[in-house]
Design a protein around this ligand. Structure first.
Ligand SMILES: [Zn+2]
Length: 200
C-alpha cells in the first residue's frame, strides 16, 4: 500500500497496522488468485443469467405440478429463491487444466444444469480469453438458441467469440480511461469523499 495512504488510514481513521495488513494479505492471498482465474467474468455471469431466466419458467411449472400432489413444499418459497437467484438453475465454471488434447473444452454437467469449461493453464492470458469466448459461444448456442448442438457449430461459436471479444476490446480501448485514477492517493480521496463523509 502507498505509504501516504497507509498513514492516512492510521492517523485519520484510527485503524491499526494489523488491521491494514490483515485485509491487504486477505485480498492478495484469498481474493486476487481467484479474481485472476475469472476470465471474461461479466460475460460468463450474463450467459448464466440468461440461461437461468430461460429455464426458470419450465422449472417453476414443473415444481407447481409436483406440489399439487405433495403439499409439504412451499411453492412461494421456491419461486422466491429462484427469482432472487439463491437457487440457480444453471452455472458455468472455468477450470484450468494441464495441457492435453484440446486447448479448451466444454463439458456439460448435472443433466444440463451447468457447464464446465477447461483450458490449458499455462497459455498466455490473451489466448485463454479467446478460447473461453469461443467455448461460451458453444454454450450460448446450445442453451439460448434453438436447434443447436454442443459438439457442432465451431464456426458459430467463433462468430460469437469474435463479437464478444470485439466488444470487450473496444471497451478497453475507449472506455477504460474513465475508470483510471491518477494515483493511489486519488483513489483514497475519492473513496473517502463518496463513502466516509461523516468520518472527515
Ligand atoms: Zn469449438
Amino acid at each position: 500500500m502507498d505509504k501516504a495512504v497507509r498513514e492516512k488510514f492510521l492517523d485519520c481513521f484510527g485503524l491499526t497496522g494489523d488491521q491494514i495488513d490483515t485485509y491487504e494479505s486477505f485480498f492478495n492471498l484469498s481474493i486476487l488468485p481467484v479474481v485472476n482465474r475469472h476470465f471474461l467474468s461479466h460475460l460468463v455471469t450474463t450467459i448464466e443469467e440468461l440461461i437461468n431466466e430461460k429455464k426458470k419458467h419450465e422449472f417453476l411449472e414443473h415444481i407447481k405440478n409436483v406440489i399439487n400432489s405433495d403439499s409439504q413444499f412451499d411453492y412461494k418459497k421456491i419461486e422466491r429463491a429462484v427469482n432472487q437467484k439463491i437457487l440457480r438453475l444453471f452455472s458455468i465454471i472455468l477450470v484450468p487444466v494441464e495441457s492435453g488434447k484440446l486447448k479448451a473444452r466444454t463439458y456439460l454437467m448435472g443433466n444440463g444444469t451447468g457447464a464446465m469449461i477447461t483450458y490449458w493453464k499455462e497459455l498466455p492470458k490473451k489466448q485463454i480469453r479467446i478460447l473461453i469466448a469461443h467455448e461460451l459461444g458453444h454454450i450460448a448456442n446450445k442453451f439460448l438458441f434453438e436447434n443447436a448442438n454442443l459438439s457442432s457449430g465451431d464456426t458459430i461459436a467463433t462468430l460469437f467469440g469474435y463479437i464478444t471479444l470485439q466488444d470487450r476490446n473496444n471497451f478497453y480501448k475507449n472506455n477504460v480511461i474513465e475508470f483510471v485514477n491518477e494515483s493511489d492517493l486519488t483513489i483514497f480521496n475519492e473513496i473517502v469523499n463518496l463513502c466516509n463523509r461523516r468520518n472527515m
